[in-house]
Design a protein around this ligand. Structure first.
Ligand SMILES: C[C@@](CO)(OP(=O)(O)O)[C@H](O)COP(=O)(O)OP(=O)(O)OC[C@H]1O[C@@H](n2ccc(N)nc2=O)[C@H](O)[C@@H]1O
Ligand SMILES: Nc1ncnc2c1ncn2[C@@H]1O[C@H](COP(=O)(O)OP(=O)(O)O)[C@@H](O)[C@H]1O
Length: 298
């Protein structure tokens, strides 16, 4: 076999309920993930040693050493099977980097699936999900796709029913935001307030099940948004610009700084994206729909 390519989607968190910091430094979450139609493609081919290349508009920001999540995935799978992780990994990157859309996690899940097929290691779905959880809290969802509630660190998934297609615009900001820095700012902002245990919103889950965009818009929430806005105050102007342009609702995607706009249909997505592009409040604007499947061999 010459090589294996896996296509993998980005995510938006339609609800991100964050509890207090745990002794291990992580936060318990009720994390409602939705996979959206921005994709990376990861190709693995046999090679003399483990190497990584990346192309795409944000490629310069992607590490090409052993810290790349795709390289870590190949190494973890190889270790489990007593193999050498001798593959060349190529990432065709279209998901914004450090944007709160789980692009690195997506590449980790994609490389894991691609190597499992290339090496014929035949891992079960449960084994793949376990390795994903070792790679990072968001990685299991990148493998699973669709929509899911993630609890614990966000790695323990329950699939969710979605009753229709939802349309989005994503405003990509200049530069990224560090996920640990945003959780750290959340801790600083909530210190001494008695953070409640995170719970999924019944209204949000019902809107998702019904495919009701207006109801979903009313229920979107992200507990990390005040922290992301505190670190990057200019994002409030982007949120405002998208709402003025006709979005049903707006929120920061995960730890940011990408902002997400739910719109009523594909046509409105195009017009909101055009307005956002000319507003000067973001670097670029992308349209997407949801849900889409998780990592798949192409
Ligand atoms: C915020 C979220 C929302 O889905 O995603 P992004 O917006 O960054 O994509 C996730 O919780 C990010 O998950 P992921 O990026 O996989 O994080 P990990 O690699 O597991 O952890 C990186 C760091 O984030 C913090 N972290 C992560 C997950 C969690 N439940 N609590 C945390 O406090 C910790 O500081 C940890 O050291
Ligand atoms: N394959 C990868 N693609 C992008 N970033 C990666 C990858 N592997 C490791 N990283 C690192 O992870 C950081 C977070 O990137 P990313 O997953 O795109 O954002 P986020 O965690 O905000 O969703 C990057 O700044 C980069 O240093």
């Amino acid at each position: 076999m010459s090589g294996v390519t896996v296509r993998v989607p980005a995510k938006v968190n339609i609800q991100l309920a964050v509890g207090g910091a745990r002794p291990d430094g992580f936060h318990d979450l009720a994390n409602v993930f939705l996979a959206v139609s921005l994709f990376d493609e990861v190709t693995v081919v046999p090679a003399e040693s483990l190497t990584v290349t990346c192309t795409g508009p944000d490629a310069a920001q992607v590490p090409l050493d052993g810290t790349n999540l795709a390289a870590r995935a190949a190494t973890l799978l190889a270790e489990r099977h007593g193999l050498a992780p001798d593959v060349h990994i190529h990432i065709a990157k279209d998901i914004p980097v450090a944007g709160g859309m789980a692009g690195g996690s997506a590449d980790g899940a994609a490389a894991l699936l691609a190597c499992d097929v290339l090496w014929g290691t035949g891992s079960s779905r449960a084994e793949l999900l376990e390795i994903c959880a070792e790679l990072g809290s968001d990685v299991p969802f990148s493998l699973a796709g669709g929509a899911a509630l993630g609890v614990g660190r966000g790695e323990r998934l329950t699939p969710l029913e979605v009753g229709g297609e939802f349309h989005w615009v994503f405003a990509v900001a200049d530069g990224g935001l560090s996920t640990p820095a945003v959780y750290g700012e959340f801790d600083r902002l909530t210190a001494g307030t008695g953070v409640p245990a995170p719970e999924a919103s019944p209204a949000l889950l019902e809107a998702l099940r019904a495919g009701d965009a207006a109801a979903l818009g009313a229920a979107l929430s992200n507990d990390l948004q005040p922290a992301a806005l505190s670190l990057r105050p200019s994002l409030s102007e982007t949120l405002e610009a998208g709402l003025t342009a006709g979005a049903l609702a707006a929120l920061v995607s995960g730890s940011g700084p990408t902002t997400a706009f739910l719109v009523k249909d594909a046509q409105t997505a195009e017009s909101v994206a055009r307005t956002l592009l000319t507003s000067g409040t973001c670097r670029t604007a992308r349209v997407a729909s949801s849900p889409v499947p998780g990592a798949l061999v192409v």
